[in-house]
Design a protein around this ligand. Structure first.
Ligand code: ASP
Length: 441
């Protein structure tokens, strides 16, 4: 009998999780049951993925660089990657701005809804926490991000997932130095990282065996912890504009993949789908990174020399979905609260949303922190910030799930384009053991 593909298993797990969540919402004590007994399964799964993220980046990036024959190749890949990332992010922000200015979702929000949302969320501790986190990030100088990228202790850098750029810096530095001392001398270290890389990829496969059950737990928990359905309904038009923009981004990726790589874009979407489904379920491109890397390398055929750099860097600095969302949200809030935006304000949104997407952490809810910075850049009154965030807080989680899918799809698309442009897009070597336990030998 033909075995069911992994993405179908995950999708079934997600649907069952949604249904189970809705059933439990209507049972007395159901929400507590889910949070006490079901949610931990999802949390463990996300922790396992995060557990292997740093070893995977380290091993695969060092392997990728030390496989290069010369350093100029790396500079070439680096410059293309950053250039294309900036381009796709600008496309995303532009789509967001065009949609939100055309459909004006903020104009239809009634005073009554604004009052209700403000009352429910403006003094909510998570809204306040996002504002103070944004202020902390803002008080640093313009080159602070470069300073932050360089670790002063390699082991300390590796001990925190949020230091991903520092780990990338260290891995590139080590990989380049290995190239410089010559193949023979670098061989023992190279073999070590090659082997570590294989082992960690196997760990991804093992973790993925539990994915269908984990997404069940994650989605059931999202349902039981979602807010008042009336408030969600009031924000339907705004959410519709964000989701339409995100769908347009998928169309953009599909076009780019077919024009640049000449591959069937639906084949691309199918191969990457397990990573997209996990991005949706976990709302974290950092947690999804190991799966994205495995799919792109083994199922799409992007050479590790390219993927090992493009994907981890993308997970931290390229967030097309998040920047589109920030553009729509900033204009929506301004419309709803009657704060007029000039053309130069909108250009300012493009600039800050671009920088904010580079600065956003790849974790749930990070986009909302950076939204504060976008709003402040257009002179949005500081005393109304909490009300602004309160307006969109109720739907942040579902929109976060959707924008994370786009963040991950964008990284995968760019890795294919860069690979194609440097002649490193080959044929996939599909090892089926990631989908089936009996083949994990
Ligand atoms: N959750 C997003 C990610 O991890 C970031 C965000 O938009 O909040 O990619």
């Amino acid at each position: 009998m033909k075995k069911m593909a992994l993405h179908w298993k995950i999708l079934i797990g997600m649907l069952l999780g949604l249904v189970f969540g809705f059933v439990m919402l209507n049972v007395s004590g159901g929400a507590e049951f889910v949070s006490d007994w079901i949610k931990p399964l999802g949390t463990i799964f996300v922790k396992l993925l995060k557990l292997i993220a740093i070893p995977l980046i380290l091993a695969s990036l060092i392997k990728g660089i030390s496989d290069l024959k010369d350093i100029s190749k790396f500079a070439n890949i680096g410059i293309r990657t950053i250039g294309i990332y900036i381009f796709t992010t600008i496309v995303a922000i532009t789509i967001g701005l065009v949609l939100v200015n055309t459909f004006q979702p903020g104009d239809g929000v009634s005073e009554e809804t604004i009052a209700k949302l403000t009352e429910t969320y403006a003094s909510d501790s998570s809204v306040q926490a996002k504002i103070s986190e944004a202020n902390k990030q803002q008080s640093s100088g313009p080159l602070q991000f470069l300073v932050d990228m360089v670790p002063d202790n390699a082991f300390k850098a590796m001990s925190e997932n949020k230091n991903m750029l520092q780990v990338i810096f260290f891995a590139i530095f080590l990989g380049i130095s290995m190239l410089l001392i010559g193949e023979k001398k670098a061989e023992p270290l190279k073999n070590f990282f090659d082997s570590l890389n294989e082992v960690v990829l196997k760990m991804v496969d093992l973790i993925m065996l539990t994915a269908p059950y984990a997404v069940f737990a994650l989605l059931a928990n999202v349902v039981v912890s979602s807010g008042d359905p009336d408030l969600l309904y009031a924000l339907l038009y705004y959410s519709g504009v964000v989701v339409s923009g995100l769908l347009l981004m998928v169309v953009f990726y599909v076009l780019v993949v077919s024009v640049v790589t000449k591959k069937n874009p639906f084949w691309f979407l199918k191969q990457i789908s397990p990573a997209q489904l996990l991005a949706f379920s976990t709302s974290s491109s950092a947690a999804t990174l190991p799966v994205t890397m495995e799919r792109v390398e083994e199922h799409i055929g992007v050479d590790k020399e390219v993927s090992s750099f493009v994907l981890p860097v993308g997970a931290t600095i390229n967030m097309d979905g998040t920047s589109l969302y920030q553009a729509v949200a900033a204009v929506f809030i301004s419309q709803a609260l009657g704060f007029d935006l000039t053309f130069s304000d909108q250009l300012m949104i493009v600039m800050t949303a671009l920088l904010a997407s580079i600065g956003s952490a790849a974790v749930p809810g990070a986009g909302m922190v950076m939204l504060v910075i976008v709003l402040e850049s257009i002179g949005f009154p500081a005393d109304k910030l909490a009300i602004g965030l309160a307006l969109i807080f109720a739907v942040d989680r579902p929109l976060d799930m959707c924008r994370t899918v786009i963040n991950v799809t964008g990284d995968a698309t760019v890795s294919m384009i860069v690979a194609k442009s440097v002649g490193k897009l080959g044929n996939p070597v599909v090892k089926n053991w990631d989908d089936h336990y009996d083949e994990v030998k």
